[in-house]
Ligand binder design. Structure first.
Ligand SMILES: [Zn+2]
Ligand SMILES: [Zn+2]
Length: 280
C-alpha cells in the first residue's frame, strides 16, 4: 500500500450541500453550531474584504435551517424530510416553519417568521446573483438574523450558542451589533430633529429597520440610505413601495393596453373575486 490515502469527505461540507449523509457523525445541532461559528468568522473577515459577506450570510442561513431541522427531529426524525414517504430530501425553510407550527407546536413569534423569511430571501438573492446590499444593509440583516438564531437555539433547543463563540469572535459580533444600534440611534435622532411623524416611518425593505421615511416624499431610509419611490395604489389609494405594486392590464374595448398599478391587497382581492361583479 502506498502512503497516500483518500481523505473521507467532510460531513459538514456535504450537509451544507443538502446531501443526506447516512449515519451522521455530527448531529444536526453540532452542524448548525459549526455553520454559525464559520459564519461569524467570515463576517469578521468581511470587515476587510466585503466579498466575504455572501459566505457569512449563506452560512448563517444554513445554521438557521439546520437548527429548525434539529427542532423538528426532536419531535420526530421523519419530520426532517420533505416527503415523509420518501425520506430523501430534507425540508426547506418554508416547510420547516409550517411543521414547527402545526406539528411540533413551537410558537414562533411574528418577528421570528419574518426573520426566517428574510433568511430565505437573502439566500435566494445570493444564489441567483442578485445580492447587492450595501455593507450597512447586510450588517443590519446579519445582526438581526444572529439575534433570531441565538434565541431560537436558547428557547427551543436548550443550547447557549453564544457561549461557544471564541471570545474574539464574540467581541467582534458585539461591536457589529452596537454599530447597527448606533446607526439606528442616529437615524431616530434625525427623525426627531426633523419632526417626522411616526406614522410616516416604515420598515426599510433593505436593512429591515423602522427607519424608512416616507414623510413629504422623502422616500429614503435614514439608516442605510436606501431610496425607493412610494406611490398610490390606483384602486384604493393606499401608499405602497413602487416595487411592490402589481400591474394589471384591464384592456379596453379597442384592445388597447390599460395598466393599473395595484397594491398587494387589491391584487389578491381581484384574484379571488369575480372581476366583473361590480359591473353587473
Ligand atoms: Zn434601510
Ligand atoms: Zn389598493
Amino acid at each position: 500500500m502506498s502512503g497516500r490515502r483518500f481523505a473521507p469527505p467532510r460531513l459538514g461540507a456535504l450537509a451544507f450541500l443538502g446531501v443526506y449523509v447516512p449515519n451522521f457523525k455530527m448531529t444536526l445541532l453540532e452542524n448548525s453550531t459549526s455553520f454559525f461559528l464559520e459564519s461569524v468568522s467570515k463576517a469578521i473577515q468581511a470587515e476587510s474584504d466585503s466579498d466575504k459577506w455572501k459566505f457569512a450570510v449563506l452560512l448563517l442561513v444554513q445554521a438557521i435551517e439546520t437548527s429548525l431541522k434539529e427542532r423538528l427531529r426532536r419531535t420526530n426524525e421523519i419530520l426532517v424530510y420533505s416527503n415523509i414517504d420518501k425520506p430523501r430530501n430534507t425540508v426547506d425553510l418554508g416547510l420547516a416553519i409550517e411543521r414547527l407550527d402545526k406539528i411540533s407546536k413551537v410558537n414562533l413569534k411574528q418577528s421570528d417568521v419574518k426573520s426566517i423569511k428574510t433568511a430565505s430571501d437573502l439566500r435566494n438573492q445570493i444564489v441567483h446573483f442578485e445580492f447587492d446590499l450595501s455593507v450597512e444593509q447586510v450588517k443590519s440583516n446579519f445582526v438581526s438574523l444572529v439575534g433570531f438564531y441565538t434565541s431560537f437555539c436558547r428557547d427551543h433547543l436548550d443550547s447557549d450558542i453564544v457561549s461557544l463563540l471564541p471570545s474574539k469572535l464574540h467581541s467582534e459580533l458585539l461591536s457589529m451589533d452596537s454599530y447597527i444600534e448606533e446607526l439606528e440611534n442616529r437615524a431616530s435622532e434625525r427623525m426627531m430633529a426633523e419632526g417626522i411623524p411616526i406614522a410616516e416611518v416604515w420598515e426599510c425593505p433593505a436593512c429591515k429597520k423602522y427607519t424608512f421615511v416616507i414623510y413629504d416624499g422623502t422616500d429614503t431610509c435614514y439608516l442605510c440610505g436606501h431610496a425607493e419611490r412610494i406611490v398610490e395604489c390606483q384602486k384604493c389609494q393606499a401608499l405602497e413601495f413602487e416595487e411592490d405594486l402589481k400591474h394589471v392590464d384591464f384592456g379596453d374595448m379597442k384592445r388597447w393596453e390599460n395598466y393599473k398599478a395595484m397594491c398587494k391587497e387589491c391584487f389578491s382581492k381581484l384574484e379571488n373575486e369575480n372581476p366583473y361583479d361590480e359591473y353587473y
